[in-house]
Design a protein around this ligand. Structure first.
Ligand code: SAM
Length: 286
């Protein structure tokens, strides 16, 4: 395989000597992992095993992909970079439980591609530029996703797991904690990536609630997401003001709504717990 490990290819030569050189693309978030022991820990922390199917986003050179294929029933990996496709095809050809999809994970038909897996887990060292969009897309999708286990920037990990009050607490925190149980399970220093990114990372595991376990469904769920988004629309304003603006309601109506939900009218959106947002949605003035 034409792999690059610690700045050398897998034959121990400097990249480019007798082999085609691979240039990491910054714009595709190509910070690769090379430490086999770290990979083993990550896959163990994701708690996937022989009966599990996995979707991997961004296999890169395939280091995590191989470990997933060794341990799991079936692995589908989606890679956007043309230059990595032949490398992966050669490097992964001894794993019959592996399928490679060449494309942009945000544009391909993921439900179609993952249909053969049945219920599946996501395990990936994702490109950091995609974190929020990808998490939002996966959490809210109709695909039978059992858990999302991803390496993300430390800051993004803190946002996913944040509790009310802190500056990291955001719409993403509430969505993540509504759809699942995000947890930071490992801090990963930047030096363990090639090339090292400018930030430290963390591995987050997040078992997802199944649809019937969630507080809302259908239109009510959309309303809940709109209420949460309204709560953070303008951080310097009170929840009362943000709700008035988003829902085009007068002060009196929103004050009555907040009182019915047991929420003081002076509160700011970033101080409300998930439970309070659920309660607020339940008392939406129809
Ligand atoms: N899994 C490898 C590892 O841990 O060494 C590579 C991880 S690297 C952080 C992110 C990978 O995602 C790269 O291989 C990159 O080319 C790929 N990627 C970036 N944007 C993508 C997209 N929109 N769709 C699919 N893959 C993407």
């Amino acid at each position: 395989m034409n792999g690059v490990k610690n700045g050398k290819n897998t034959r121990g030569n400097k990249p480019g000597k007798g082999k085609q050189e691979f240039h990491h693309k910054k714009n595709l978030g190509q910070n690769f992992l090379t430490d086999e022991m770290l990979i083993e820990s990550l896959v163990s922390l994701a708690e996937v095993g022989e009966n599990d199917c996995v979707l991997e986003i961004g296999p890169g050179m395939g280091i995590m992909t191989k470990e997933l294929c060794r341990r799991c029933k079936k692995v589908v990996s989606v890679e956007i970079d043309d230059a990595l496709i032949p490398i992966l095809r050669v490097g992964m050809n001894k794993y019959p439980n592996f399928s490679l999809v060449h494309g942009d994970v945000m544009k391909i038909n993921l439900p179609e591609i993952t249909r053969e897996l049945g219920p599946f887990h996501v395990v990936a060292n994702i490109p950091y530029y995609l974190t929020a969009d990808l998490m939002n897309m996966l959490m809210a999708s109709d695909m039978p996703i059992l858990s999302i286990n991803v390496m993300v920037q430390k800051e993004a990990a803190e946002r996913l797991t944040a509790k009310p009050g802190g500056k990291e607490y955001s719409v993403l925190s509430l969505k993540a904690q509504y759809y699942g149980k995000p947890q930071i399970v490992l801090d990963v220093p930047r030096v363990l990536f090639t090339p090292p990114p400018q930030v430290d990372s963390a591995f987050v595991t997040m078992p997802l609630y199944q649809k019937e376990e969630r507080a809302f469904a259908g239109e009510q769920e959309n309303l809940f997401l709109k209420v949460v988004t309204a709560g953070f629309a303008m951080r310097r304003k009170t929840l009362l003001n943000n709700l008035m603006n988003t829902f085009h309601m007068d002060r009196n109506t929103v004050e009555t709504w907040l009182q019915a939900s047991d929420i003081e009218t002076t509160r700011r959106g970033e101080t409300l717990t998930l439970k309070e947002y659920i309660n607020l949605t339940d008392h939406y003035p129809a």
